[in-house]
Design a protein around this ligand. Structure first.
Ligand SMILES: *[C@@H]1O[C@H](CO)[C@@H](O)[C@H](O)[C@H]1NC(C)=O
Length: 188
């Protein structure tokens, strides 16, 4: 359980805090957040993804809309990470983490004082299951450098595939592809 929460925390920091510079002079730059190809008919759709960047090109906030077309009883998420050398070599990547699954999303999404709490506070979706049919939005989910400093993520070009299931009905809910770059900021 502790390990699951930690991994979920790391994941949320990466995925949701969209992100920025580290105190050690690193930044995260999102290149892509989109539904997986050919999956426009799933029960949960993401749309209107918008990033805000600062003068260094680092992502500082993220907004998107989520359309929930079927009630979700128990959200289960599975994630895979690929690590690529850099953006130019984004077709030659290796698995970093394969099909990591968490069945505890409903239980932990409303917790206070977690790294994802601030993100959930900017999200209009109620922080509990079942997740009701409706349209929700993340409005400029902000970035916190302090949180990002905790991430054990090396400089690289990263690809993530996130899939959602209903843990009760086993219904396949959604699939999202993300790509982002973590690199050191040149000294100015
Ligand atoms: C959600 O938004 C979509 C696209 O704008 C719209 O077609 C749909 O009717 C909306 N659903 C609800 C429940 O408001």
């Amino acid at each position: 359980m502790g390990q699951t929460v930690l991994l979920f925390a790391v994941l949320c920091s990466v995925l949701l805090y969209a992100e920025t510079q580290f105190h050690i002079g690193r930044k995260i730059q999102f290149r892509k957040v989109a539904m997986c190809p050919g999956q426009k008919n799933l029960p949960i759709l993401f749309d209107n993804v918008v990033f805000t960047r600062n003068e260094y090109g680092a992502t500082t906030s993220m907004s998107f809309k989520v359309y929930v077309k079927k009630q979700v009883e128990k959200l289960t998420m599975s994630v895979s990470f690929w690590k690529c050398e850099d953006y130019e070599h984004a077709d030659s990547c290796e698995y970093f983490l394969k099909d990591y699954t968490s069945t505890e999303i409903c239980e932990i999404m409303g917790r206070k004082n977690q790294v994802w709490t601030i993100f959930m506070d900017h999200f209009t979706m109620p922080k509990e299951c079942p997740i009701k049919i409706g349209n929700y939005s993340l409005n400029q989910g902000p970035i916190y450098e302090k949180t990002l400093n905790l991430l054990p993520i090396p400089n690289a070009y990263w690809k993530i595939k996130l899939t959602g299931y209903d843990g009760i009905s086993n219904l396949y809910l959604s699939c999202v592809d993300m790509e982002f770059e973590v690199h050191s900021r040149p000294k100015s």
